[in-house]
Design a binder for this molecule. Structure first.
Ligand code: NAD
Length: 268
């Protein structure tokens, strides 16, 4: 079986975990390229067999079977459109960027016109299959609560005048719709955006963001109620050892999505 060619955009906490897992895979074997920004310090950490790509033209010349964005919202705006226009499938981890309706429409149109595909993984969350099935519900309420320790919110707490190392109790950083949440906290609220896109849309998901000194990990609680029944899920993710804002599971979620992408058997 020929090697599957995967081009990564960015090489931070998630892409580093993902690259290690893909390079260790035996069937199929993966050939990797990574697009880095000019002068990126991440270059030092990229392992030997991975091709270094410095711009969109080099990425296209690498002829990937799949592109994986694990870089941030700016990369979804600046790099992903060209990939979709070339007809490539693109797995986007920075789902929160899609709260921008114009960007989502641009990416969707590009994929439709070229035969490319915008692929959205579960990331730090689960149960998106159930939420997708609720789309037809007529009486749906869907809420999401993020509860992370102060280490995930240091800059935001300082900006609000709190000392992250001496927080007495939980601080509610945000309460509102998924659209406003994803715009306010782009790096942290990819999960709210994933729920909104799977289900009833950005205005219909109620979001609360809580910084809790008692939190033992990155907590996600989702509650759905409709004529079809009730769902409650709670996930407490271990923060990535290299980026406390990111849950460690996300690299594994992308790996699972990539395995599905190339598999003859798909579980949705
Ligand atoms: N879907 C989810 O559940 C979920 C969860 C966590 C994070 N994320 C998303 O994944 C992204 C990456 O997370 P991370 O923890 O690996 O972040 P990170 O900060 O550890 O790494 C991101 C890397 O991408 C690089 N980068 C940024 N823009 C780039 C560009 N245009 N071209 C090439 N490289 C670029 C940065 O220099 C950095 O090295 C986050 O920004 C977030 O949007 C999604």
């Amino acid at each position: 079986m020929r090697a599957r060619r995967v081009a990564l955009i960015g090489f931070g906490a998630i892409a580093g975990d993902l690259a290690a897992a893909l390079l260790a895979a035996e069937s199929p074997v993966y050939g990797l390229g990574v697009l880095l920004r000019p002068g990126s310090a991440a270059r030092e950490r990229v392992p030997e067999p991975v091709a270094l790509l410095s711009d969109a033209a080099e990425l296209a010349a690498f002829r990937p079977d799949l592109v994986v964005e694990a870089a941030g919202h700016e990369a979804v705006r600046s790099v992903v459109p060209a990939c979709l226009e070339q007809g490539l499938p693109v797995l986007v981890s920075s789902i929160g960027a899609l709260h921008d309706a114009a960007l989502l429409a641009r990416l969707t149109d590009a994929a439709r016109a070229s035969g490319g595909r915008l692929i959205l993984p579960s990331g730090a969350l689960g149960a998106l299959d159930y939420v997708r099935a609720l789309r037809a519900a007529k009486a749906l309420s869907l809420s999401y609560e993020s509860r992370k320790p102060p280490s995930a919110w240091r800059e935001e707490l300082l900006r609000l005048g709190h000392d992250p190392d001496r927080l007495d109790g939980p601080v509610t950083l945000f309460s509102g719709t998924a659209r406003d949440a994803a715009a306010a906290y782009p790096q942290n609220l990819n999960v709210a955006a994933a729920l909104a896109l799977a289900g009833p849309g950005f205005e219909a998901v109620e979001v609360a963001v809580i910084c809790d000194p008692q939190a033992t990990g990155n907590g996600h609680a989702v509650a759905a109620e409709s004529e079809f029944g009730r769902m409650r899920i709670e996930i407490v993710n271990t923060p990535s050892p290299t980026n406390p804002k990111t849950s460690w599971i996300v690299g594994q979620s992308l790996l699972a999505a990539i395995v599905q992408h190339f598999s003859p058997v798909i579980m949705l």
